[in-house]
Design a protein around this ligand. Structure first.
Ligand code: HEM
Length: 425
């Protein structure tokens, strides 16, 4: 982690594309969630990047490591967008910025189908989004409330009286994944296998393991789609398999592209947020006390947890040559919007470092913005809200188990284990 946190401290001299001004070159590889810390607010090191002294566009000329390299990110480097209004433009201005190729891990094994709807630009994006939207509408999600609350309580029953749980492994990892698998109609027996494939795709850092996992999951999903073709049911996969877009059935590529991206985006994003949320409350018990005393704040607190723990920073590509903030941009240039910086931009959030459970409005980028705003956000919010409601009803003040390691990678799947304890009974 660079100290002190100033622009000068992160400037570098490094080969970069000729149109990139030298004074924008910085090494921001440390700000991509790859360096762990054990701060109460693990995102604190990124906050200053949205400060008024930071230029609107920086350029990280380091070739992407690990995951980025594997999925074909621009080997020349990427523009970094740290300020709120500019991040908002990248997400919202579809004439200039494209999602083509985003999260298309499948290319690693030679697959050519797109990730739907994430990697689709307008005008086609709208038809896929409209097709899936009813499944995430409030009227449908309302019907899931009892199931979600029931599952939380069933899981709390197991450990409430024990005074101890590994919130990351035994709870966070399981609860949202079970709901998601139920929504899609996936067989519960696939639970551990799914998580292992996902871990290998996102975190193994080994091309071989990623490819093996991709072959495994895509083989399974194609088999599952074939099964649903013969035996329809009431779940989302079956809806996709038998659905119609603009009056025609989906092609084989559209079916696998949609089911695959839901699998990738929906499987355990909520799990990562839960672990970070409980870590923050355990290390800062005044947040627990405030919410316990004021359950009416739980809705806005969920939003504040999301703002302060953004598990992803999103990428886009420039569609054409243009000038932005006096800097020439070339078609194909890669952009990385630094969501943790945007979410702490002092021009948009009063006391941005402070955790304010009553903060309103709270338009953060944890689910991005614009047309690709997370489709599962209403479900994720509901799962987090119901969890907090039931948790505070049943579990007294909790803390990290003495001696436990609170190190966190401030990103997706960031905490594997986090034992919490409380005074049971
Ligand atoms: C706290 C939990 C979650 C977080 C932080 C999250 C985050 C995100 C982000 C940042 C994007 C946009 C990526 C980009 O544009 O580059 C996204 C898109 C998406 N997410 Fe989520 N997600 C969460 C939960 C879910 C769940 C539970 C589902 C499904 C059940 C889901 C399904 C999707 C889909 C389908 C998209 C693509 C939307 C589009 O392109 O129109 N997400 N999510």
């Amino acid at each position: 982690m660079p100290e002190p946190r100033t622009l000068e401290a992160i400037r570098i001299d490094h080969p970069a594309p000729p149109h990139v001004p030298k004074d924008r070159l910085v090494d921001l590889s440390w700000a991509m969630g790859s360096i762990p810390n054990d701060l109460v607010d693990p995102y604190e090191p990124f906050g200053w990047l949205s400060g008024p002294e930071i230029p609107p566009l920086l350029y990280n000329p380091m070739p992407p490591g690990g995951l980025g390299a594997a999925i074909g990110s621009d080997p020349r480097g990427t523009w970094i967008v740290p300020h709120y209004d500019d991040i908002n433009r990248v997400y919202s201005d579809n004439d200039f910025f494209s999602n083509k190729g985003t999260a298309e891990f499948q290319a690693l094994i030679g697959e050519t189908f797109p990730s739907i709807p994430l990697a689709i630009d307008p005008p086609d994006h709208h038809k896929y989004r409209a097709f899936l939207m009813p499944w995430f509408a409030p009227s449908r999600l309302n019907k899931m409330d009892a199931q979600i609350r029931g599952l939380v309580n069933e899981m709390l029953d197991v450990f409430a009286d024990k005074g101890e749980v590994d919130i990351a492994w035994d709870f966070g990892r399981v609860y949202p994944v079970r709901i998601f698998m139920g929504l899609m109609g996936f067989p519960p027996a696939m639970f551990e296998q799914f998580l292992e494939w996902e871990w290998n795709i996102l975190h193994s850092g080994s091309l071989e393991s990623m490819q093996a996992a991709l072959r495994g999951v895509l083989g399974f999903l194609r088999g599952f789609i074939a099964e649903k073709e013969k035996q329809p049911d009431e779940n989302l996969t079956s809806y996709i398999v038998h659905g119609q877009i603009e009056g025609r059935p989906l092609t084989a590529d559209e079916k696998i592209g949609t089911v695959w991206f839901l699998w990738l985006g929906g499987l355990d994003t909520v799990a990562a947020t839960i672990s970070q949320m409980f870590r923050r409350m355990a290390l800062q018990p005044e947040i627990q006390r405030r919410l316990r005393g004021h359950p009416e704040l739980i809705n806005t607190a969920v939003e504040e947890f999301l703002r302060t723990q953004p598990i992803l920073s999103s990428a886009r590509r420039a569609k054409k040559d243009f000038e932005w903030h006096g800097v020439p941009i070339k078609a194909g240039d890669s952009f990385q919007c630094l969501n943790p910086a945007g979410n702490f931009d002092p021009a948009h959030f009063a006391n941005p470092r402070e955790f304010d459970p009553a903060r309103k409005p709270n338009r953060h980028f944890t689910f991005v913005a614009g047309i690709h705003l997370c489709l599962g956000a209403p479900l994720a919010r509901r799962e987090l809200r119901i969890l907090l409601e039931e948790w505070f009803r049943r579990i007294p003040e909790f803390r990290v188990k003495p001696g436990a390691d609170t190190t966190v990678y401030p990103g997706l799947l960031s905490i594997r284990n986090l034992p919490l304890v409380w005074d049971a009974g």
